[in-house]
Design a protein around this ligand. Sequence first.
Ligand code: NAD
Length: 478
Amino acid sequence: MAKFNNNVYAKTYNDPESYDELLARLRSSFHNGKTRSVQFRIKQLKSLLRMYIDRNDEILEALRMDMRKSTLEGYMYEIDLMKNDIRETIKNLSSWSKPHWLNPNWLTIADRGYILKVPYGVVLVIGTWNYPFQLTLVPVAGAIAAGNCVVIKPSEISSYSASKIAELIPQYLDPECYAVVNGGSFETDLLLDHRFDYIFYTGSIGIGRKIHAKANKHLTPVTLELGGKSPVFIDDTVDYAITAKRILWGKCMNMGQTCVAPDYILCTQKVASKLIPHFPAIMHEWYGDNWKAVPDLARIVNKKHFNRVANLIKTASGSIIMGGEMDESDLWIKPTIIVGVNPQDQIMNEEVFGPVLPIMILEESEDCGLEEAIQFINSRPWNPLCLYCFSLSNHVRNQLQDRTQTGNMAFNDTIVQFVIDELPFGGVGSSGMGSYHGKYTFDTFTHERPVVLRDFSFLGDKVGLIRYPPYNKYKINF
Ligand code: NAD
């Protein structure tokens, strides 16, 4: 059995031998109908909301311990986002969960047809480490809202947050219906041997593939929220200062450890030479002269990821025009921009997931490199999670919309498409399947169960008379 050597979440580790018992408990609660009433669900969601409010400081401290996430980023992109999401869910839950009644037609005149919004059953939510509360608990809130029992598996990499989730959840949610299981790949693998009714996974493409294969054993439906390389195309119609600012904001947030961070830029040399001077100027305006000393920039989550990102910088072609310094003892990599990378470089062949922004130069052309950019994006082996484009041209926008396949898109900004609740968020192809946020999270964890209700009336039976044997030609010609 795997043992945890160094970290805090070992304290909240559940023995894999207890998984049978745990799942039996949750399944029994589900079959007893405990989670079915909307009032029960709202009570649980209100309690989860109270947890975000009451335990605000402890959550922020766990985030700081895990990756030195700043107070503002921890509050805005984790706690506040979760609070807003849950408030909207509570407000709308009664209407979302109502059955949808069909309008009768002449064939169904004596029937009542409706679609019930039912929970799947016992579901598993596997979270990841970069936004360890938000990316775990937003899907959990949706699963609760839909009436499921939930096993929550936070990421072991953000061990302080995982430990905090395991400590807090039993204090705020009904333990007969909701449970936290902590552990790494060994435990998650054992957990996945059990039958779940839905699995929601956020993390890397490689592990996503494994989760999908394991879910297949029980034909369990899955949502996979995966990664990929999200390109940024820029033409010469833009406001360069604002463009640089919006890209840097998306890249520096959580030190580039954000699934929707801009991954690399595609632009011509002319565009690059107008854009590049803005980058150091903006960084200076935001962080002064000593970026390492400011509390606003997080750290790389661990040594493994530090070495991975450092290696991407070391092996890239082109020239470093900003940053490049690093300090392993502090897991610090100075936000770095590299101009003139090659498609063969390692940095162009794996998701950066760190504070490094490579720029690949396109040929000068009348369309400012648009055609080359589209062909480059489409020639890559992955579907990007996001595609960003900075341009004032409708033609450019339409070409990118119509001729690429990416999970989502934003024009003239980065990341904002993630935070608008009315928009479904998810990948496509290798960047994932399924989506969530706002009502889409509720829908993800809901099975639409069609029901027909007939009675024994004379009319009801006469309308369907034709179906009964004996079959004859008069019935065919009817
Ligand atoms: P990861 O995939 O290694 O881990 C995520 C979860 O999977 C953890 O809970 C972990 O315990 C579990 N896990 C790890 N190995 C496993 C195994 N062999 N079997 C079963 N479960 C296992 O996380 P990561 O790769 O470090 O996360 C970063 C990736 O996640 C990036 O590619 C990023 O783009 C992606 N991501 C996507 C989104 C999104 O919403 N689409 C959000 C955040 C991160």
